[in-house]
Design a protein around this ligand. Structure first.
Ligand code: BGC
Ligand code: BGC
Length: 867
């Protein structure tokens, strides 16, 4: 357990903007005894640590009277409907008419009619249909306008053609609250164009461990900056003064309350074990800023504080947030977050409501039972009627403030359906500016006497690397799909890749850019220098959690590419795309210049604006960005912040060079100490792992399968929840076809050329498929197909199947160019559910683990493989 217990009252007081009273000194010493367990950390005597009444939206007596009148007319059923929030994939307009939900959401990768290319008008049509159904009192007896929440966390990320701003970590690097405000206001407009009125942003997490997969959602490891940014974002998104919550603005949500970025080991949804002074003084600052600016909703977090789930914490949600800080808006739960409170399920949770959650987010089918169960809980007194009334009052209050009762359906509100706002050139220009300001220069060594950057606009530049012309990679998670995977450039019309921006800038200056994703040097192009764009593949939430901060541990594909360029004697600039600082000493050494570009979003041209100078190599713009987190000096650094045991950093917080500074970096230590190749390669583990995507089809063509619900001709695929969201896929084939995990580029799997390596997957089937042919595909026509039908057990239970890699008949070189590690062909009428696909070590055979020991491999082939 790492606790910082030695903060002084003065420090905390100044962090919170408080005048320190003698009383708080006493309170702090109460928590500052060394804690041995949950109990002693939880001395709930420290309300003094939190700034009283920081939320100051004035009480409007007339509005409160209206809230009271409305509430008095509502039945129990109508009230409960207000506090349950279904998701558009899993409830219909008719459900809305019948129940009259108070709100609904579209999750990441969820669109009207499951159409990822839905236009602004399609979104508005759904918003209107839901509104009309909610206002239709014929079935539920109530006419209360609903609100619709969406994750516009870096622009309106689920909308085809929307402007995508850099993820928060990049915005942190800019240290520019004015920019944040403008981005939030712009996002609100694009959201308004789709008829939506509520945004689940900003994330104000203070990220204390970079292993956390949501690190990029945090602005910086700096409580003061987060406080200022939260204020700026809320001001931009909700408006202020006369424009407060007017038709040009949307509701904002400060999330995830509280301590989401402080979990042990950076575990997503983990436990934040810190004393209350740290919780308030570090993790609380974003809320101080957002509440001071009048944010109207706060989202409860998945994480625990010292063992207690936030969704079940009456102390933090009610005593601290509502009573002490003075928040009179809505606490919305996170995605089924109530279901993790002890004693609760997705379908029933009095404890979360009683703790202070006002709206339960209830995607999937959970709302169907949650609704009657909650009604029953109020009837039995498990949820006091007064608590339900308080929750509904808060909801009505926010709806009245937001003008929802003004009688206008979503399509009649300002900007609704205005397709020109989606990806509007001015919005893109703002995003491009943000990209340029977010770049952090980490190295700019001299080549032939002068620093390599900026690049002359007349230069000939070879642009290499997977990230060079790859909008999904530069956009990261929360971009058209939740994970940001399973999409291509075509899913982001109007966006500009980093390569495209470089190409434009060089064309304008008489130079030339050439793209070579795999890094090979074309015979007909003699570059002056090479610019490599590479980095992390997209992920969201826990799928991005890491064990270690080493970049491409065990699989240094990009480093090998950089080294080939160095061997050819060409100067090399690296642009690193990532959701966080990672240990890249070898890649830094291999580069003459190195730029951290974070996850810039849709406007890749912002990179060229700073990297490409004029004809005389004079900069057109300088590097403004500085590191929002320290950069790790060792591979096993976990990026953890703890003042008592600081970790060596290569660069400190807010470091970074510019064209004025000497940015020469000496050769760094490359010993990683963690060289062992991983023994497992996940292909589909909770999410489909990049670079793989899922495709379904037959010889006449394979189709990329989108997340959620997908249908093409006779084939349908649905994401389903086994242990966590979308961690399994259900395939139903009315005609014969193949499902395939694949990539457009071959993957080198030679390290798995050994006897004990298997392809493993979990499958459940109700009946034996008519056909089940398994293969691994590489470049050309290689390998062999295996008939699995006789080995699959059809009793609807989950089993793990393991097939030795040797069974696929690939030689070691063929294993070096694998396009599909798993392709399964099923027959007409076949169905199966699949999860957890990986190349791994063989386990012991058992009823639950079916190890295919014999697969027609010859003895000689089997003997040829090393152990
Ligand atoms: C949804 C996301 C959501 C996630 C929760 C996904 O199925 O599409 O919006 O955040 O589940 O973990
Ligand atoms: C995430 C939230 C998000 C919600 C709705 C959750 O999984 O934690 O940040 O707002 O899903 O998509």
């Amino acid at each position: 357990m790492r606790l910082r217990l030695s903060r002084t009252a003065a420090v905390i007081g100044s962090v919170l903007g408080l005048t320190v009273a003698a009383a708080s000194t006493t309170a702090i010493s109460a928590t500052s005894t060394v804690a041995t367990g949950t109990e002693s950390l939880h001395s709930k005597t420290s309300l003094d640590l939190w700034p009283q009444g920081v939320y100051r939206v004035p009480v409007d007596a007339a509005l409160e009277a209206r809230v009271g009148t409305l509430l008095a007319q509502m039945s129990l059923e109508q009230k409960v409907a207000q506090i349950i929030q279904p998701e558009i994939r899993d409830f219909s307009v008719e459900d809305m008419r019948r129940v009259g939900f108070g709100s609904f959401l579209n999750g990441g990768g969820s669109f009207p009619g499951n159409n990822s290319q839905a236009r602004a008008s399609d979104w508005v049509t759904l918003a209107d249909a839901m509104y009309e159904a909610a206002m239709d009192a014929s079935l539920d007896g109530a006419a209360i306008p609903p609100f619709w929440g969406t994750d516009a966390v870096h622009g309106h990320g689920n909308v085809f053609g929307a402007t995508l701003f850099p993820h928060n970590i990049g915005l942190g690097a800019t240290q520019n609250p004015g920019l944040i405000k403008a981005i939030a206001a712009t996002t609100a407009r694009e959201v308004r164009a789709t008829g939506i009125d509520w945004v689940f942003a900003p994330t104000v997490a203070l990220v204390d461990n970079l292993r956390w997969g949501r690190s990029y959602e945090g602005y910086a490891r700096d409580p003061q900056l987060i406080e200022r940014y939260a204020r700026a974002f809320v001001a931009g998104m909700q408006g202020e003064g006369d424009s407060w919550l007017d038709g040009a603005h949307t509701l904002a949500t400060a999330k995830h309350f509280i301590g989401d970025g402080g979990t042990e080991n950076g575990d997503d949804r983990g436990d934040t074990r810190v004393d209350e002074a740290t919780l308030a003084g570090r993790h609380g600052q974003g809320y101080v800023g957002a509440l001071a600016q009048g944010v109207q909703t706060v989202m409860a977090s998945f994480n625990s504080w010292n063992g207690e789930k936030l969704h079940g914490s009456h102390y933090l949600l009610t005593e601290v947030l509502k009573n002490r800080l003075g928040f009179d808006g809505v606490v919305v739960g996170d995605w089924l977050g109530h279901g993790f409170v002890p004693g609760c399920s997705y379908e029933r949770c009095a404890a979360a409501i009683n703790a202070g959650v006002d709206i339960l987010m209830a995607p999937g089918d959970s709302w169907k039972a949650l609704y009657p169960n909650t009604i029953a809980d109020v009837k039995s007194g498990a949820v006091p009627a007064s608590r339900l009334d308080d929750a509904v009052k808060r909801i009505l209050r926010v709806k009245l403030r937001a003008g929802l009762f003004d009688g206008l359906s979503p399509s009649k509100r300002p900007f609704a359906g205005d397709a020109s706002l989606i990806g509007h050139p001015e919005h893109r220009a703002l995003a491009r500016q943000a990209v340029a300001e977010s770049l952090v220069l980490l190295k700019n060594n001299p080549v032939e006497g002068a620093p390599l950057l900026p690049i002359k606009s007349s230069a000939r530049v070879l642009v290499i690397g997977e990230g060079a012309d790859n909008i999904p990679q530069q956009a990261g998670g929360w971009s058209m799909t939740w994970q940001g995977t399973e999409v291509t450039n075509a899913d982001f019309p109007g966006a500009t890749s980093i390569f495209a921006g470089i190409d434009d800038a060089l064309k304008a200056g008489g130079g030339e850019a050439r793209l070579s994703v795999d890094g090979s040097i074309p015979a007909d192009f003699t570059p002056d220098l090479v610019l490599a764009v590479f980095g992390e593949s997209p992920y969201a939430e826990g799928n991005g959690d890491l064990d270690n901060l080493e970049y491409q541990r065990g699989d240094k594909r990009d480093l090998a590419m950089l080294k080939r360029i160095r061997a050819a004697g060409l100067p090399l600039v690296s642009v690193f795309l990532s959701g966080r600082p990672l240990w890249v000493n070898p890649e830094l050494n291999a580069s003459d210049a190195f730029v951290a570009a974070w996850l810039p979003g849709s406007e890749g041209a912002g990179v060229a604006d700073v990297l490409i100078g004029d004809k005389h190599a004079k900069p057109r713009a300088d590097f403004i960005g500085r590191l929002p987190f320290p950069w790790p000096a060792t591979p096993d650094a976990d990026g953890w912040h703890h003042e008592d045991k600081p970790q060596a950093s290569l660069f400190e917080l807010w470091q970074g060079f510019d064209y004025q500074s000497n940015a020469t970096l000496a050769t760094l230590d490359e010993s990683s100490g963690a060289e062992t190749a991983p023994s497992r390669l996940a292909i589909f583990d909770k999410a489909i792992k990049a670079p793989w995507h899922l495709a379904v089809g037959d010889d006449s063509g394979m189709h990329r399968v989108g997340a959620g619900v997908w249908q093409q001709g006779a084939w349908s695929v649905r994401s389903i929840n086994r242990e966590v969201q979308e961690d399994a896929r259900r395939f139903s084939f009315a005609a014969a076809g193949s499902l395939s995990f694949r990539d457009d580029f071959p993957m080198d799997l030679r390290r798995f050329y050994r006897k004990t390596a298997v392809l493993g997957f979990d499958a459940a089937l109700e009946s034996v498929p008519t056909q089940a042919e398994l293969s691994m595909q590489c470049e050309g026509n290689c390998g062999q197909t295996l008939n699995l039908a006789g080995s699959l057990v059809a009793d609807a239970k989950w089993r793990r199947y393991q097939v030795p890699l040797g069974c696929f008949g690939l030689g070691v070189n063929e294993l070096g160019r694998v396009f599909s590690p798993m392709t399964l062909t099923l027959g007409a009428g076949d169905a199966l559910t699949l999860a957890n696909v990986a190349i791994e070590e063989a386990g012991a055979a058992s009823a639950a683990n079916i190890l295919l020991a014999e697969c027609g491999q010859t003895q000689a082939e089997a003997e040829a493989m090393p152990r």
